[in-house]
Design a protein around this ligand. Structure first.
Ligand SMILES: *[C@@H]1O[C@H](CO)[C@@H](O)[C@H](O)[C@H]1NC(C)=O
Ligand SMILES: *[C@@H]1O[C@H](CO)[C@@H](O)[C@H](O)[C@H]1NC(C)=O
Ligand SMILES: *[C@@H]1O[C@H](CO)[C@@H](O)[C@H](O)[C@H]1NC(C)=O
Length: 365
């Protein structure tokens, strides 16, 4: 009974807040995105790499067609920009012309990871360290526009930062044992801890550049992607040892959020939140019909086992009912899945989706 009452109060509490965001006022001056192919919106288009999506059917449901997004439509970051009241999506760093950098930039690059060598076999990519260097260039331009670095840092402290790395450090490094030797050098625990240590220092660098409202993207169940299911001939069940590794990463990432938020001298003067993609995705994969999905273990575009052995090729004909699929291609979720995840993390009605609170509350701070 108590929890039912709490639940009702939670709903009432949020209903009173609805008008402030439904109106669509822009809630932060800028939104900066760091990450991999889950949010890349064109930064890889001019690189020499196999990790590119500037061809149909990628973008088949996107207003301007293929843009470099690894999705049929909008990514998580696109939906988040809409929730935050931006009137357009955040442009890719590589193709920004300087006119709108005050609204933020998207630095994400497919195949990129926390570790430098991650994704190397696919070709060029912009690693997290390089994305931070690109952000440093942006900061110099912002200082010039605003008239000094003090004014720039006051401005940047109000912005929203979204960081999502780690998937490729497992997919395109640790578990790709034919190409990378990290699994010979480290146990999963050692690798994960080293990864989190490196991530921590990269995140602190971004904090040094002025980030104060930061959302960290937890890893999804990579063992349930059509790519891993096909590679392991697992038919309809997720690959457990891979899911265990990403859950270990998520566990340490959550501990990192606590450490950064609760550092006893409060030196950081910043708030970090964790977005629980793992449980949100598992919930949809286990109860597809509750979320409007019909197919959760086959990609909408791709061939071979689970449509995941070969990922979506240029001009391949994808599935018709794309909103009924959780996976767009061998690795990435559909627009329909991204829409649900962005809504659940922006304004969380289920407290398990975010930690310690949602994006709406983070940006109001
Ligand atoms: C910069 O890009 C924006 C959006 O794509 C465009 O509207 C604007 O005309 C461009 N400005 C210049 C100077 O090229
Ligand atoms: C895969 O699972 C389906 C449904 O459970 C079953 O009909 C099929 O025989 C399985 N295939 C293999 C190769 O195990
Ligand atoms: C909250 O989310 C978790 C994980 O996605 C799920 O297991 C749980 O059933 C959800 N609770 C409610 C009340 O929807």
């Amino acid at each position: 009974m108590a929890s039912y009452t709490q639940f009702v109060m939670f709903i009432l509490f949020y209903s009173f807040m609805l008008p402030t965001w439904v109106v669509g006022k822009q809630q932060v001056p800028c939104y900066f995105i760091f990450g991999d192919s889950l949010v890349d919106n064109g930064n890889n288009n001019h690189l020499v790499t196999f990790a590119k999506a500037i061809y149909l059917p990628h973008g088949i449901d996107f207003s301007s067609g293929p843009t470099g997004r690894f999705c049929n439509g909008r990514t998580f970051a696109d939906f988040m920009a809409e929730h935050l009241g931006f009137t357009s999506h955040i442009p890719p760093f590589s193709f920004s012309n300087g006119s709108n950098i005050l609204l933020g930039l998207n630095y994400a690059s497919a195949a990129a990871g926390i570790r430098r060598e991650t994704g190397r076999h696919l070709g060029d990519r912009i690693t997290f360290d390089q994305q931070l260097q690109n952000h440093e260039l942006t900061l110099m331009s912002i200082s010039d526009i605003l008239g000094g670095s003090d004014l720039a840092s006051t401005y940047l402290q109000k912005c929203f930062y979204h960081i999502g790395f780690g998937s490729n450090d497992y997919l395109n490094n640790y578990f790709l044992t034919a190409i990378y030797d990290t699994s010979n050098m480290f146990t999963v625990e050692e690798f994960t801890k080293a990864l989190i240590r490196q991530y921590r220092s990269q995140i602190l660098k971004l904090h040094n550049y002025g980030a104060r409202k930061v959302a960290l993207h937890g890893l999804g169940p990579i063992g349930c992607t059509p790519y891993e299911m096909s590679r392991h001939f697992s038919n309809e069940s997720c690959v457990e040892y891979i899911n265990e590794a990403v859950q270990l990463f998520n566990h340490h990432l959550k501990l990192l959020v606590d450490e950064l938020n609760n550092n006893n001298r409060n030196l950081l003067n910043a708030k970090f939140i964790y977005l629980n993609f793992y449980d949100m995705s598992m919930e949809a994969i286990q109860k597809p019909s509750a979320f409007g999905f019909r197919v959760v273990n086959n990609a909408c575009c791709g061939t071979g086992l689970n449509n995941g052995a070969v990922t979506c090729l240029p001009f391949e004909i994808p599935c018709q009912d794309r909103d009924a699929y959780f996976f767009w291609d061998a690795y990435h979720s559909t627009e329909a899945a991204n829409k649900i995840a962005s809504r659940r993390t922006y304004l969380a009605l289920n407290q398990s989706d975010v930690y310690p609170f949602d994006i709406y509350h983070l940006v109001q701070l």
